[in-house]
Write a protein that binds this ligand. Structure first.
Ligand code: GLV
Length: 328
């Protein structure tokens, strides 16, 4: 008979990761190809010691109460705003995430969205598919320049930095704002200049968001911030939806307060604010920042290793609630 701690994985993930877990644990995987409801998740986690979950699973204080034996939640994502970390710490439940392995991939998608919205790639693709392309035309699908324009990065963490590095190829000056300013030597080496949020919003032609979602960043971009942006500027979001007040964004786009937006994440995911999907000057992706075979495999394997470390009582490589470190 199979032994080892009970583990639940909330959605099918790459096989490599499941094999790692199954080598030491009694593993159950969500059999449905969908997010579990709150009651299904509570039931699935009732007796488990380890939970490998995704950003679509809401692990709040309520649901934690229903999982009394839980030792570790291994989130298969770098962001962990779906988990009440404080409540976990109180209950002595370790939380881990998957930093580093999706940085470049998410930066690539950020650029894909930026290019797509400025050069109207999605609209143009639809036009061709619909059989409307009858001849080249001098005024057809005119977008806006990317090269030499100012890129503003809000949040210069791992992903923000990887986005900034790619700007050199487009000869774009990069300005950034961050909770903490990096030192002048580093700024010089990276070729970035610091601005306050207000100055960045006024100056940048493309603004890309790379902050984690927390109480300080919810609606960081709201009505006032949108008003500060240049009418010709574009807003790109591959971080978390609630960083933007989406209703205000729809209003601002409708009033031509900015040129366009490209979004991979939404305030009330997967719902879109009314009007957003009807706008021609937006590009919309279904939260696919890290969605490559290679990266999703790396993330799942990393989450699996975090999970096993937590269950064995070993040091957890990517522990989020470090307060628990001494207790491991
Ligand atoms: C994706 O959004 C992640 O946080 O990993």
């Amino acid at each position: 008979m199979k032994t080892g701690p009970l583990v639940y994985v909330t959605r099918n993930i790459p096989r490599e990761a499941l094999e790692i877990i199954a080598s030491e644990c009694r593993l159950t995987v969500n059999p449905y190809d969908r997010v579990l409801s709150k009651s299904e998740l509570a039931e699935a986690g009732r007796d488990v010691e380890g939970l490998l979950c995704l950003l679509t699973d809401n692990l709040d204080a309520d649901i934690l109460e229903k999982m009394p034996r839980l030792k570790i939640i291994a989130n298969c994502a770098v962001g962990y705003d779906n988990i009440d970390v404080e409540a976990c710490t109180k209950r002595n439940v370790a939380v881990s995430n998957t930093p580093g392995v999706l940085t470049e991939t998410t930066a690539d998608l950020t650029w894909a969205l930026l290019l797509a919205v400025a050069r109207r790639v999605v609209e143009a693709d639809c036009y061709v598919r619909e059989g409307k392309f009858k001849s080249w035309a001098p005024m057809m699908f005119l977008g806006h320049e990317i090269n030499h324009r100012v890129l503003g990065i809000i949040g210069l963490g791992r992903i923000g930095l990887a986005v900034a590095e790619r700007a050199a190829g487009f000869k774009m000056p990069v300005i950034y704002c961050n909770r903490e300013r990096i030192n002048a030597e580093e700024e010089k080496a990276l070729g970035v200049e610091y601005r306050s949020l207000e100055d960045l919003l006024k100056e940048a032609d493309f603004i890309s968001l790379h902050v984690p979602l927390n109480e300080n960043t919810r609606h960081l971009i709201g009505k006032e911030e949108l008003e500060l942006m240049k009418p010709g500027a574009y807003l790109i979001n591959t971080s978390r939806g609630p960083v933007i007040d989406e209703k205000e964004l729809v209003g601002a786009l409708g009033n031509n307060e900015l040129a366009g937006a490209a979004l991979d994440v939404y305030e009330d995911e997967p719902q879109l604010s009314p009007g957003l999907a009807e706008m021609a000057n937006v590009v919309l992706a279904p939260h696919i920042g890290s969605a490559t075979v290679e990266t999703r495999t790396r993330m799942a394997v990393m989450a699996a290793k975090n999970l096993l470390a937590g269950l064995r009582g070993d040091k957890i490589p990517n522990l989020v609630n470090r307060e628990l470190e001494n207790q491991q």
